[in-house]
Design a protein around this ligand. Structure first.
Ligand code: 5GP
Ligand code: MN
Length: 326
């Protein structure tokens, strides 16, 4: 890929790098950042990884060297001016970095986006990737393999494996191709332990997550003759169960485990907004549905945030729009 050569040259010609990813990072976001951080460190580059959100507790093991910093406008006021190159990973809209958006928009150095979402916003100098990729981690794998800028090692392989495993829904989503399985096989040959990585990400939760999941499953309502399933998580239930925002990740997928359901929607009460997660089966483009509410994402998995409303009002409006996509 021509873009890989451009990225390789930029890395060779610069010294100081700032990496960031989206709000509430998942394992693709963190795994990709940390793999890239490792690549740059092997090349003796100066690199900082600064994110809007704290790392979710079940993903802390990925950051074994404790390099990820949570953005603080005071502590980090010079990070943008100190970097030659800013690389954003696993997002394609500037507002996905929330408090870091101003720094990103005003950044004077070289801006790069490495991502696999649809319809990228025009906010960087170089866009690397495309929505044919299953995960941002897959792009980084191809980058390493094609440019040979560094040699693959166990640490990079683990980060990429975590990224791909989670963004393919443990190798079951649509982009689970022969290529992805070949990449996974290659990563395992570097010593990645798939049992351990799965266990750390999905089987080490706090009890609060499971109790809250129970309540959330009980809240499921069906609409449109059973083709749309809706669930909700209130702030009150979250706090009562001692759960965190990261615990809610993955709940919405249960909507699609009901026969005949084609669209699943989760409404989740944040402190200042309602977050909505959309999931769909087949060729129902929920990214377009999310777009109607200023969100985005992939055809079968997308999200949005809406302000100044409550769950019930939002639900009525959004279910009405969702029916048009069936
Ligand atoms: P989730 O529902 O798991 O938070 O997100 C599913 C997908 O939708 C992710 O790929 C994510 O990038 C995208 N997404 C979630 N929330 C938003 C949002 O507020 N804006 C945009 N543009 N994309 C989102
Ligand atoms: Mn991703």
């Amino acid at each position: 890929m021509k873009e890989f050569e451009i990225l390789k040259e930029i890395i060779e010609q610069n010294n100081s790098f700032l990496l960031t990813t989206h709000v509430n990072p998942d394992a693709d976001a963190l795994g990709s950042e940390l793999a890239f951080c490792e690549i740059l460190s092997l090349l003796n580059k100066k690199v900082r990884v600064v994110n809007h959100s704290a790392t979710p507790y079940n993903l802390e093991f990925l950051d074994e060297k404790n390099v990820v910093e949570k953005y603080d406008s005071e502590i980090h006021k010079n990070i943008f001016s100190e970097a030659d190159v800013l690389i954003v990973l696993d997002l394609n809209q500037a507002n996905r970095v929330v408090k870091m958006e101003k720094g990103l928009t005003e950044f004077r150095g070289i801006k790069i986006c490495i991502d696999h979402h649809k319809d990228p916003e025009n906010f960087v100098n170089h866009f690397i990737g495309g929505d044919e990729y299953s995960a941002t981690g897959e792009i980084i794998y191809d980058f390493v393999e094609q440019t040979k800028l560094v040699k693959m090692n166990k640490r990079i392989a683990e980060m990429i494996y975590a990224a791909i495993m989670t963004d393919t829904g443990s190798f079951r989503f649509e982009r689970t191709s022969p290529k992805i399985h070949k990449i996974a096989a290659d990563l395992l040959s570097y010593g990645v332990n798939p049992t351990l990585i799965y266990d750390k990400i999905y089987d080490q939760f706090r009890i609060g997550r499971i109790k809250l999941l129970g309540e959330t499953l009980s809240s499921i309502e069906l609409h449109a003759d059973g083709r749309i399933a809706v669930m909700k998580v209130t702030r009150e239930a979250l706090e009562r169960n001692n759960a965190t925002e990261a615990d809610v990740d993955g709940y919405v997928n249960y909507c699609l485990s009901i026969k005949n359901v084609q669209i699943g929607i989760l409404f989740y009460e944040l402190k200042d907004a309602i977050k909505i997660s959309f999931r769909s089966k087949g060729n129902i483009p929920v990214n377009k549905l999310a777009h109607e509410f200023n969100g985005g994402g992939h055809s079968n998995a997308s999200g949005a945030k809406i302000f100044n409303t409550d769950i019930e009002t939002a639900k009525e409006k959004i279910v009405k729009s969702a029916i048009n996509y069936l």
